[in-house]
Design a protein around this ligand. Sequence first.
Ligand code: ADP
Ligand code: MG
Length: 237
Amino acid sequence: MDTPLNLVNVTLEYPDGEDTLKALDRVSLAVGAGDFLALVGPSGSGKSSLLAVSAALIRPTSGAVTIDGEVVTGLRDADLTALRREKIGIIFQQPNLLPSLTSAEQLVLADHLRGKPLMAARRRAAELLDVVGLGTVRDKRPHQLSGGQRQRVNIARALMGRPRVLLVDEPTAALDHERSAGIVRLLREVTDEFNVATVMVTHDTDFVSLTDTVATMRDGRIRSLQPSGSVTSRASS
Ligand code: ADP
Ligand code: MG
């Protein structure tokens, strides 16, 4: 099976005074193409750390991270950067858009930084803005957009490089319920349409029914991995 993201026995330690703190403790996780995984758990349980090692932003202390068949834990920094640019889309809570650029230009710039030809980048930007429902505001700047629209630009931008893995940290934390639902629905759609492996950290169990699997973390470990249908009826934790 095509498994764009694979973690085997990943441990990430930070020095903690005389001691060490295990942000991740022997985590193994496989996310297939077209799979949408929700990552839940209390604050400090290791969710952001799991995203950071999956994005090859942090090297784990031990264990193996494989992205699109390539074991990244052994790569040099320059190769890591290239792999991240080609294979990974990252979406954080704050869209971090450039204030002076239109929606289309935010996307074109992302491809320009990858060294892609301008014409192709413009075409892809227009297509992706249509996919995320922003076709009519492609010439608007961030301050002219709603919070939900800005997050949609962020998602479209993350897809510009045709990633295999989409890593999303609390994408709805700054949005109201209705807009949050729209964003998670969009993540579901793009996961299917572009066949990416998507991991979304969320504290909002309201929307996990749109995902395939829910991984619950505690103390750096994945305590349970369940089909989303079996956890949706529970009150939010
Ligand atoms: P979550 O995203 O679930 O809130 P994190 O992955 O941010 O959890 O953090 C997991 C644990 O690792 C926490 O105990 C946190 O304090 C610790 N941690 C995270 N980043 C660092 C860091 N850069 N240096 C030291 N400890 C860290
Ligand atoms: Mg976090």
